[in-house]
Design a protein around this ligand. Structure first.
Ligand code: NAD
Length: 378
């Protein structure tokens, strides 16, 4: 084995999981990790067989994450990092097992299933100075999103006044969801014990809120939310509109939906400041629109001379498209660098502080929607 690479173990992301594939590609993208161990499914036989197809040695294809944490921690060449890509409510309990064994964590979102779990996980991460934690809020890793973040830090659009963010999908697949087909179509997403506090907010709303706070540098202070469920019989949250008052006085509008018919992967954000605005749309990720309050609109292009910071997070020369996988892999690349580099270099990958904020936001949305009132984030 190449000793320069970090040894990586994986929990979740079995054969049918799309995001499992994304994590494995991202880990290999920059040759910083070697996938050496894993438990990929709740079904032990399936997990072991799948592990073998990835070239993992038989003795490191495990049946449960507990077994993997224990056995890997006893090996001299045990895993240094574990990536977790299981459904939301299991993130806390799995991460904690590996934190106890001093193994660094890359976890998919949401940070945890609900606020209670999030607080416990946060405490556990902070209690172990030997480990680091990264959360794959992957949209924040697009080069032009990071460019936007730094332009705002440099006061290019002035004091932030309004933020408008939306992330919509259509999980109906063109058919009407009813009690007969809901389980087959939506699987664990209709089970609150697995999806956690809210399906739409835990699955995609969390990305939108994270993106809004990541780019703007603001946090929500108070929110008013209106959350809808599929029906009285299928109590899965499928749509949420939220008014946000940010800590600096800025106002925000947030919309997330998984039943917006025909709305496929609609993630976009607009941030308006006292001197102009910025707009980024995931379907056109290589560009950032900068609208000054006076003068012509400017399109900033990834990797081009007018978007200096973005070059640090790109691999493909400007003019050629770069996208989702490249951005996802930025989190893996930076995390590997942060584990090896002891200097005080700035890292842009999302961490446990951001994770806890998203859980607080989602919890406040639930309380607000239930009681039909403004709720403070705490
Ligand atoms: N960052 C993103 O853009 C993005 C996109 C899709 C999904 N996700 C997140 O990834 C996670 C998984 O979602 P999914 O759509 O892949 O779900 P999925 O149901 O398709 O796959 C989950 C996999 O994890 C396995 N698993 C569950 N519990 C396990 C356990 N205890 N030990 C080992 N394996 C276990 C399952 O068998 C399955 O193979 C969720 O948290 C979801 O929010 C993130």
């Amino acid at each position: 084995m190449n000793t320069n690479k970090l040894s990586l173990g994986i929990v979740g992301g079995g054969p049918k999981s799309w995001i499992g594939h994304v994590h494995r590609i991202s880990a290999r993208f920059d040759d910083k990790y070697e996938i050496v161990a894993g438990v990929f499914s709740r079904n032990a036989k399936l997990s072991i067989n799948f592990g073998k197809t990835l070239g993992i040695s038989k003795d490191r294809c495990y049946s449960t994450f507990k077994e993997m944490a224990l056995k890997e921690s006893k090996r001299n060449d045990g895993i240094q990092v574990v990536s977790i890509m299981t459904p939301p409510s299991s993130h806390q309990i799995i991460a904690e097992k590996f934190i106890e064994k001093n193994i660094n964590i890359i976890s998919d979102k949401p940070f945890a299933g609900n606020l209670d779990q999030a607080k416990k996980l946060y405490k556990k991460i902070k209690s172990n100075k030997k480990i680091k934690y990264a959360l794959t809020h992957n949209y924040s890793a697009y080069p032009m999103v990071r460019e936007a973040k730094v332009l705002i830090e440099k006061d290019k659009i002035g004091k932030i006044e309004y933020v408008n963010v939306e992330y919509i999908q259509d999980w109906s697949g063109g058919t009407k969801i009813n009690v007969r087909n809901a389980k087959k179509k939506l699987k664990w997403k209709i089970d609150n014990k697995i999806v956690g506090a809210s399906a739409v907010l835990n699955e995609i709303g969390t990305h939108a809120y994270h993106l809004a706070t990541y780019i703007s540098g603001l946090k929500a202070e108070k929110i008013f939310a209106d959350i809808k469920q599929i029906s009285k019989k299928i109590k899965m949250d499928d749509n949420a509109q939220v008014m946000i008052n940010f800590t600096n006085g800025a106002k925000g509008m947030f919309w997330t939906s998984v039943m917006a018919k025909g709305g496929v992967y609609g993630l976009r954000i607009r941030v308006f400041g006292s001197k102009g605005s910025l707009e980024w749309v995931q379907n056109d990720p290589n560009y950032l629109k900068l609208n000054p309050d006076k003068g012509a609109v400017r399109y900033l292009e990834r990797g081009f001379h007018n978007a200096e910071l973005s070059k640090k997070f790109s691999r493909i020369k400007f003019g050629h498209p770069e996208g989702y996988l490249d951005a996802f892999a930025n989190i893996y690349r930076e995390f590997a660098d942060s584990l090896k580099n002891k200097s005080k270099k700035r890292y842009f990958y999302p961490n446990e502080d951001e994770g806890l904020e998203t859980a607080k936001f989602i919890n406040a949305c639930k309380v607000s929607s239930k009681n039909k009132r403004w709720v403070k984030i705490k």
